[in-house]
Design a protein around this ligand. Structure first.
Ligand SMILES: C[S@@+](CC[C@H](N)C(=O)[O-])C[C@H]1O[C@@H](n2cnc3c(N)ncnc32)[C@H](O)[C@@H]1O
Length: 293
């Protein structure tokens, strides 16, 4: 098997905060987290990533925040708390699952790639929590002019349902179907016409299939492009690290390279929630694209 970078922590560029600054904010965040509107946020972020997003967004203080992946709305609430003055665009293809609905956010059920971002100010940030191909998302951000980006689902090499930046740097590619065959989707576009009997007649509209690859073969070029186009890549540290992962195997550095946790041991009651929810950490990361202007 070809060697890859899977056991290494990747980090580069000037990270705009320090560990002491992060640590200083833990207590304030614990008090805020007590007020969260959704107590059971299964399928959404828990304490370690909620803290990470709140801290990073507050530090970066953007004028516009785009959230892609709303679910019940806990992250919308968090972004409002982190940056009360920012304009907030919240996107989810299914907005029906919301339990917290903000009266400040502008909601949309159209994918990030299909929105009009032609009037974007410099200080804009995207928070992706939508389980999509992160490499493709960066290409879209670059085109639209977003430079500050947070990826929540930064899954390690053997886990997760999307091509994460952690996978890109590990050069392992991504196969969503595992050993199973990809469901048939040959990429041709068709035009439909309803016949008088109600049935639909389908005729081909294009001669060549539309190109969008779902399986990504192991490769080094995606990682090389990230190093070329990113100014910063930073995995936000977990508050605590457990012995086992959420997948119940050993949280080893070989399979799950992880930045040093913020706290090794604690007796403070305000830290209990971080310990209880520690396994929900998935290597959340902040990236900054180089300016091409
Ligand atoms: C993990 S949940 C988001 C959790 C939420 N950010 C939180 O922490 O409370 C993922 C959400 O992404 C949404 N989603 C899936 N594909 C999407 C897309 N292309 N654009 C935006 N949202 C999408 C799903 O409908 C789902 O609600």
């Amino acid at each position: 098997m070809r060697e890859n970078n899977s056991g290494k922590i990747v980090e580069f560029g000037p990270v705009p905060w320090s560990r002491p600054e992060i640590l200083e904010c833990l207590e304030e965040f614990s008090r805020l987290y007590e007020e969260r509107p959704i107590r059971d946020n299964r399928g959404g972020m828990k304490a370690p990533h909620m803290f990470a997003v709140w801290f990073m967004v507050r530090q970066l203080s953007p004028d516009i925040i785009v959230e892609s992946g709303v679910w019940k709305g806990q992250s919308t609430w968090l972004l409002e708390k982190a940056c009360p003055k920012a304009e907030l665009f919240s996107i989810d293809l299914n907005l029906k699952t919301r339990e917290y609905v903000s009266n400040r956010a502008i909601y949309s059920d159209k994918d990030f790639s299909e929105q009009d971002w032609s009037d974007l100010p410099d200080q804009s940030l995207v928070f992706f929590d939508d389980h999509q191909n992160a490499y493709r998302r960066l290409q879209q951000c670059s085109w639209f002019g977003f430079r500050h980006i947070i990826f929540e689902d930064n899954y390690p090499i053997t886990k997760g349902d999307c091509y994460s930046l952690k996978k890109v740097f590990s050069e392992v590619g991504f196969d969503p179907f595992g050993s199973n065959k990809e469901p048939k989707d040959d990429g041709y576009l068709f035009k439909g016409r309803r016949r008088s009997d109600g049935s639909i007649e389908v005729t081909p509209l294009t001669l060549t299939p539309q190109y969008e690859s779902k399986i990504i073969a192991p490769n080094v070029c995606d990682a090389k492009m990230l190093r070329k186009r990113l100014e910063v890549y930073h995995e936000f540290p977990p508050v605590f690290k457990c012995d086992k992962t959420r997948w119940e195997d050993d949280w080893s550095d070989a399979l799950y390279p992880t930045p040093k946790p913020l706290i090794e041991r604690s007796t403070l009651a305000t830290h209990d929630i971080f310990l209880e929810e520690a396994i929900y950490y998935t290597w959340i990361c902040y990236v900054r694209l180089k300016s091409i202007g």
